[in-house]
Design a protein around this ligand. Structure first.
Ligand SMILES: [Zn+2]
Length: 166
């Protein structure tokens, strides 16, 4: 299948590649994707810390990257008041920002594109397409799949429809 990369819009191939690389590197082969293992794997390459933050409901999470002359360290914060599956998505989303190299100096347009890319990364990390194909064949039920993958039913629905499994 020939698939020309658009000049605008999310970098779908790169996003999928990066998510798959992390899954492989963390030696994860089935759902639910263990974010603990993902983070431990990333910590072998990045100086990364993940912390619970207390914030208003509108804040899901944030990524702070500190660059120094000879080092770089990053902190992901997630809203500890949010339900578990939302926190998982938030952390995966912030990992997406980190790995996709979303910088600090960007326009508003870039901003929403970066958000889209980070969301796509999170969806692919938590619900890898190759896992979903196999699991959907056995369990063609959105509710059960959401429980299995520990994500929202909405996230599963988007992935199932995007993968043309229905
Ligand atoms: Zn974001």
């Amino acid at each position: 299948m020939q698939d020309d990369l658009p000049t605008f819009g999310p970098r779908k191939k790169l996003i999928k590649f990066l998510a798959q690389k992390v899954i492989k590197g963390a030696k994860i082969s089935n759902a639910p994707v263990s974010l603990q293992r993902v983070i431990e794997h990333l910590q072998t390459m990045h100086d990364l810390d993940v912390q619970k933050i207390t914030a208003g409901d509108k804040v899901s999470g944030l990524l702070v990257v500190c660059k120094e002359v000879d080092s770089e360290y990053s902190t992901i914060g997630f809203n500890g008041n949010h339900p578990w599956c939302r926190r998982r998505f938030t952390i995966a989303h912030e990992i997406g920002h980190l790995l996709l190299g979303h910088g600090c100096n960007k326009s508003m347009d870039d901003d929403s594109l970066n958000e889209t890319e980070a969301n796509q990364f999170a969806a692919e990390l938590l619900v890898p397409q190759s896992f979903l194909k196999k699991d959907f064949a056995q369990t063609p039920n959105i509710q059960d799949l959401a429980k299995l993958y520990r994500v929202s039913e909405q996230a599963i629905t988007i992935k199932v429809m995007g993968s043309r499994l229905l």
